[in-house]
Write a new protein. Structure first.
Length: 488
């Protein structure tokens, strides 16, 4: 088959199309539904996630359409009749999408994206929305943990060559920057999103010259104002660092005095960085930076800092771009309501596994902050017609273990879901990457370090409003009673 231009509208599972076809043939083209996109668990010692992927959703919805080539391919599957294929020719999204802003700190069971649309439309976009949010949120969350471990040190995303494909590498780099990285080695990410791009040179550069010193001198001639030299090709302390110092002295004699540094990419980074720091300082280069790479993640960085490593920049690749210890967010997209004649009819999925029982209804999320210090205190998932009166004490309960409770006073509330599309039209002004990063930095700053611990973090409180809790319990009881009455 002749290769056609890639259209992300076709980035879907076949069963989304077969369900659409079923609704169409049943005459349910106008039936409205509400779906929530959320995740159930943070996993692997994580207390929170950093939402990412909303910009991809916006691009996808704005470009949602079936081309003639798409229709021809679907016709070749011999699954759909011509009436349905004609319907797809004019298909577009006409509903509402609410979402939390990219960079928001988020927690299990909270609706990150809420879709209200005709059932066919809402059902069809499920796969793509999950693709965008699951992957990018995983990477942003991993980056946030790595940045927390690095403290005030800069972290640079270095993972393109180990990413699971070009899109994963580029969108993953963007997500890593939202999560806290200061730059990326990915040039395409820089071109598309305006992120800062960084890099030095490879070992092959050094090996291609007759000597390490000659290689360093050649690189310095090309980049005298940004001379970062990789010093571990042969012998870090006996050859690499001394040769780098020689080149730095030569640059200084030529009038270049800033932006010198070395990169360590192997060996005992704690020991080598401390020794290299001494050598650079004694040679008169206390401002020269030490950049480290080599299979780093938040745990390695934490240990190196505990050991007193003298590292200024951390280049993190494989374990960041793949979120290697927890590579799948596990986000899901579940029906929470149907709408008939403007009336919202809540829907619930029940499971023997409590975590897989969904929260019904048309919902929103409040974040509650202390008026004293602006730290986040708890989140409340509520029905859309509810408000929170922050002038009165508010009692919160554990969503499952209701005997656990707390009373909040002196707090204020913020709604997290914002309108992105209304009646199919984009109403949200997409911020720049720089603006998203600033928002994300402020977001993570609203949370105590106890929630950001790398191991055994404190669990952040996410409650259901009393009204939502009562609705959920009544629906569960009603369904169970109905099933019991049908037993024979």
């Amino acid at each position: 088959m002749e290769q056609t231009e890639r259209n992300l509208t076709m980035l879907t599972d076949l069963y989304q199309l077969t369900m659409m076809y079923g609704y169409y043939k049943s005459g349910n083209t106008e039936k409205e539904a509400v779906f929530d996109l959320f995740f159930r668990e943070t996993g692997n010692h994580r207390a929170y996630a950093v939402l990412c992927g909303i910009e991809s959703i916006i691009d996808y919805i704005n470009n949602l359409r079936f081309t003639d080539a798409d229709i021809a391919y679907l016709r070749s599957l011999n699954l759909f009749d011509e009436d349905f294929l004609s319907y797809l020719k004019n298909f577009k999204f006409t509903g509402d999408i609410y979402a939390m802003p990219e960079g928001t700190v988020v927690f299990p069971m909270e609706p990150l994206v809420r879709v209200r649309a005709k059932m066919l439309e809402a059902q069809f976009i499920e796969t793509a929305l999950l693709v965008f949010v699951n992957h990018q949120t995983s990477i942003a969350s991993k980056a946030s943990r790595i940045k927390h471990a690095a403290g005030d040190d800069a972290v640079v995303e270095f993972g393109l060559r180990r990413a699971h494909g070009a899109d994963a590498g580029t969108l993953g780099a963007r997500a890593a920057i939202i999560g806290g990285c200061s730059g990326t080695s990915n040039v395409l990410c820089g071109q598309l999103y305006g992120s800062e791009v960084k890099g030095t040179h490879a070992h092959s550069w050094v090996m291609s010259f007759e000597s390490e010193l000659e290689a360093f001198r050649a690189y310095a001639r090309c980049f005298p104002n940004a001379c970062m030299l990789l010093v571990d090709t042969y012998d870090t302390l006996k050859s690499g660092v001394p040769n780098a110092i020689t080149v730095f002295r030569e640059l200084r004699e030529q009038g270049y005095t800033k932006n010198f540094g070395i990169r360590l990419d192997s060996g005992d980074l704690a020991y080598l960085s401390k020794e290299a720091r001494k050598m650079l300082d004694e040679a008169g280069f206390p401002d020269a930076k030490i950049f480290a790479s080599s299979d780093l993640d938040e745990y390695v960085i934490r240990e190196l800092k505990t050991e007193g490593a003298k590292i200024d920049f951390w280049g993190v690749g494989t374990r960041l771009i793949t979120s290697s210890d927890y590579p799948v967010l596990g986000g899901v997209y579940k029906l929470s309501a149907e709408i008939e004649d403007g009336v919202i009819i809540p829907k619930i999925k029940i499971s023997d596994n409590p975590i897989k029982t969904t929260n019904p209804g048309y919902k929103k999320v409040f974040r509650l902050y202390s008026k004293h210090n602006d730290y986040a205190l708890a989140d409340v998932i509520a029905l859309d017609d509810e408000v929170i009166d922050d002038t009165r004490p508010l009692k919160l309960y554990h969503p499952e273990q209701r005997y656990k409770s707390m009373v909040l006073v002196n707090f204020y509330a913020r709604e997290l879901l914002q309108p992105i599309f209304l009646n199919g039209k984009q109403v949200y002004q997409s911020p720049s990457l720089e603006e998203i990063c600033e928002y994300a930095r402020k977001e993570i700053g609203h949370f105590w370090d106890e929630y950001k611990r790398l191991l055994n973090p404190q669990v952040y409180k996410v409650d259901l409003s009393d009204k939502l809790y009562d609705l959920k319990q009544s629906m569960i009881a009603s369904i169970k009673n109905s099933n019991e009455h049908h037993e024979v």
